[in-house]
Design a protein around this ligand. Structure first.
Ligand code: PGA
Ligand code: ZN
Length: 418
C-alpha cells in the first residue's frame, strides 16, 4: 500500500510555449514523483479532453489554471492521506470521481499526470526504475527510435502534404548506435537541404519543413541523406500520412503538388513507394471516415508493413476492440494523454499485444522535459518509440533516458521486435 501525503499542481510551459500542467506528488514515506503533460496539435474528437481555460486574456485562451485548480482542490481532497494498493486503484478512483466518458470534468491533463506522478513516486518508494516498476519482466526490449526528420503542412507551413517522414535505424548493435545513425542522417539532410537553398529551420518536433516539388521528393532527399551518411539498408523509413487532414468527400487533395487522388489511387501511391523505398510503417494512411478503403489498404499492404492507426484508436480499448473484432488493424499508436491515465494506457498496449498487434509509444507535438514515455516503451516491451527528431532537448531527453536505461539493463537489454 502507498499512502499519498500531498499532491500539488502548477502551470508550466511546453515546448511550444503553451501552458500545461505539472503535478508533484509525495508519498507518506517521502518518495516523490513529478510529471508534466504534453499536448497534441491534432487532438481528435475521440481523445480525452485537454482542459483549457479559454480566457482570451491569458495565453490566447490556452491557460491551464482550471485543470491546475481541479488537482489542487477536488483531486487533492479525494486522494491526500489515502492509501492505494497500486496505480490501478488510484486511476479507478480518479476516473470514478470524474465520471465523464472523456474526462471532461477534471480534464485528462489533470487526471493523467496525478496518475503518472503516483507511478513515479511508487517506483522510488520501491527503489526501482520506472520501467522496472511498471513492467516486471526479466528482460526488456530497447525500442527502435522512429525519428521524425521532415514534416508537412499540417504541422508546418510548407507545401508538403504528408505530415511526417521518419527514419528508423534498425541495423546497429545497440540503441546508442541507432541514435548515432539517426543523428548523422539528420545532419546530412540539413547539409543537402542547405546546398539546395531549401529551408533548414526546425519546427515543433524539430523536423525540417522545406518546400519541395512533391511528397515523393521528401522520400528522395531522406534516402540521399541516408546514403551520404553511409547507412543504406541500415535505416528504414516510416510515414505518418495523417490523411484525414487532406480528405474531403472521397477525395485526397495533395494540394502541395496540385494532385487529387481517390482512395484507390492513394493506396496505389503507397504501394509504389513501398516498392521503391525501405518503408516499414504507414500511420493513418486512409482517412478515419473512409472505412471501405482501410480494408483495401490492409489487403494490399498488411503483410509488408506496419499499418498504424493513431486518430482512429486514440489509445482507447473500446475503440481498439471494435476494430480488432473486424480484423482491421495490425498496429496502434499509444499516447498517454489521448486516454488520460496510466492504467488505461497499459490496458491498450496489452490488448494490442494479446492480438498480435504492434503498439508504438508516442510523444505529442507539444512536449516537455518529462521522460516517462521512454520508460513506458521499455516497461511494456513495445519494440518501437516515436519521439521526434534528433535535435532539441524536449525530444532528446527521451532518447537520453533510453541510453541510461540501456546502460542500466546491461546484458538484460534485448534488441529487435517482440
Ligand atoms: P500530435 O501529432 O501530437 O500533434 O497530435 C502527432 C501525430 O499525429 O502522431
Ligand atoms: Zn499521427
Amino acid at each position: 500500500m502507498a499512502e499519498i501525503k500531498s499532491v500539488y499542481a502548477r502551470e508550466v510551459l511546453d515546448s511550444r510555449w503553451n501552458p500545461t500542467v505539472e503535478v508533484e506528488l509525495t508519498l507518506a514515506d517521502w518518495s516523490f514523483g513529478r510529471a508534466i503533460v504534453p499536448s497534441g496539435a491534432s487532438t481528435w474528437v475521440h481523445e480525452a479532453l485537454e482542459l483549457r481555460d479559454w480566457d482570451k486574456s491569458r495565453y490566447l485562451g490556452k491557460g491551464t489554471l482550471t485543470a491546475v485548480k481541479n488537482v489542487n482542490t477536488d483531486i487533492k481532497a479525494a486522494i491526500e492521506w489515502k492509501s492505494f494498493a497500486n496505480y490501478r486503484e488510484l486511476d479507478k478512483l480518479l476516473i470514478e470521481l470524474d465520471w465523464t466518458k472523456n474526462k471532461s470534468k477534471f480534464g485528462a491533463n489533470a487526471i493523467l499526470w496525478v496518475s503518472m506522478a503516483f507511478v513515479v513516486a511508487c517506483a522510488k518508494s520501491e527503489n526501482k526504475a520506472i520501467y522496472d516498476y511498471v513492467g516486471e519482466w526479466k528482460w526488456h526490449i530497447l525500442p527502435y527510435p522512429m525519428m521524425n526528420i521532415l514534416n508537412g503542412w499540417s504541422h508546418a507551413d510548407n507545401n508538403v502534404d504528408i505530415q511526417e517522414f521518419m527514419v528508423v535505424p534498425v541495423w546497429a548493435p545497440n540503441f546508442r548506435e541507432w541514435l548515432r545513425y539517426g543523428a548523422e542522417v539528420f545532419h546530412n539532410l540539413k547539409a543537402i537541404l542547405k546546398a539546395r537553398w531549401l529551408a533548414t529551420s526546425v519546427w515543433d518536433e524539430w523536423w525540417f519543413a522545406p518546400n519541395l516539388w512533391s511528397n515523393e521528393e521528401a522520400l528522395q532527399v531522406i534516402v540521399e541523406a541516408i546514403e551520404k551518411a553511409w547507412y543504406t539498408w541500415k535505416i528504414k523509413l516510416a510515414l505518418d500520412v495523417a490523411s484525414s487532414e487532406f480528405y474531403e468527400d472521397g477525395v485526397y487533395n495533395l494540394a502541395g503538388e496540385w494532385r487529387k487522388f481517390n482512395a484507390s489511387e492513394l493506396c496505389g501511391l503507397f504501394e509504389d513507394w513501398c516498392n521503391k523505398y525501405p518503408i516499414i510503417s504507414i500511420e493513418d494512411g486512409m482517412a478515419e471516415d473512409d472505412f471501405e478503403w482501410w480494408k483495401e489498404m490492409n489487403s494490399r499492404l498488411w503483410d509488408k508493413i506496419m499499418l498504424v492507426w493513431d486518430d482512429l484508436f486514440v489509445t482507447n480499448i473500446e475503440r481498439l476492440q471494435m476494430w480488432i473484432d473486424q480484423n482491421l488493424a495490425n498496429s496502434i499508436l499509444i499516447k498517454l494523454n489521448q486516454i488520460g491515465s496510466v492504467s488505461e494506457t497499459i490496458d491498450a498496449i496489452n490488448l494490442a499485444h494479446e492480438h498480435g498487434m504492434r503498439a508504438i509509444v508516442s510523444h505529442r507535438s507539444g512536449e516537455t522535459e518529462d521522460t516517462f514515455i521512454a520508460d513506458l516503451a521499455v516497461a511494456m516491451n513495445t519494440g518501437f518509440i516515436k519521439t521526434g527528431s534528433a535535435s532539441r532537448t524536449d525530444r532528446i531527453a527521451k532518447y537520453n533516458q533510453l541510453m541510461r536505461i540501456e546502460e542500466k539493463l546491461g546484458d538484460k537489454a534485448q534488441y529487435g521486435k517482440k
